[in-house]
Write a protein that binds this ligand. Structure first.
Ligand code: FNR
Length: 191
């Protein structure tokens, strides 16, 4: 029996019919049997404020940190707003990077997804996200990004991914994350 690997998804869009969240939902279709998966909800994360942090990590943030702590790998799907990642996502990642909670993400493999309405497919935001995740000392996986351009055409009206090529890329992304987790576990056992 293979070891269970836990994967969590984070969407940078709070929109009910978000293409980024829909892409994260499509990940469920390509999961190997030994991978458990849940999508986190950033809707209740307060604005980062060091005065608030000095009193204690807010409950809404702590709940997400607890879920991240259980995860072996993370997949982040981000839209592009004016060429950058949305404030909602940056704000949440800033909380997760704080010293008292950052162990929950430290060194963990991260897969990147970017969906947008333009053909450019959130590529600029994706680059920034890669840099940000590197600065946060996670392990963003290079070369396996899944960029979903002209996203409206890639989903059915009820939000189901209908593009076989994107689904295949999601499968490769999950495979890469599983490999990265297994490689990390091997190093940690050897150490
Ligand atoms: C956008 N959009 C957008 N798209 C893009 O490819 N590059 C961009 O710079 C921007 N800028 C931008 C700014 C703001 C404020 C909004 C609200 C939107 C369009 C964006 O791709 C589209 O709204 C996506 O559908 C957002 O992702 P979700 O919500 O579908 O996941």
């Amino acid at each position: 029996m293979e070891n269970t690997i836990r994967l969590v998804g984070i969407s940078g869009s709070l929109r009910h019919t978000s293409h980024n969240t829909s892409t994260l939902r499509a990940v469920k279709e390509v999961l190997p049997e030994n991978v458990e998966y849940e999508i986190l909800d950033l809707a209740h994360v307060p604005f980062y404020n060091q005065d608030v942090e000095s009193v204690g990590i807010p409950e809404a943030v702590q709940q997400l940190v607890d879920q991240l702590a259980q995860a072996d790998a993370i997949v982040v799907a981000s839209p592009e707003y004016n060429g950058m990642i949305p404030g909602v996502l940056k704000n949440a990642l800033d909380w997760f990077s704080r010293p008292s909670v950052r162990a929950a993400i430290d060194g963990k493999p991260v897969g990147l997804i970017g969906a947008s309405l333009s053909p450019n497919a959130a590529a600029r935001a994706n680059k920034q996200l890669f840099t940000l995740l590197t600065n946060m000392r996670t392990a963003p996986q290079e070369g396996s990004e899944v960029l979903v351009g002209e996203a409206t055409a890639k989903f059915s009206p009820d939000g189901k991914l209908i593009d076989a090529e994107i689904l295949s890329k999601l499968q490769k992304l999950v495979e890469k994350l599983v490999e990265a987790v297994e490689a990390k576990n091997t190093v940690e056992v050897a150490a």
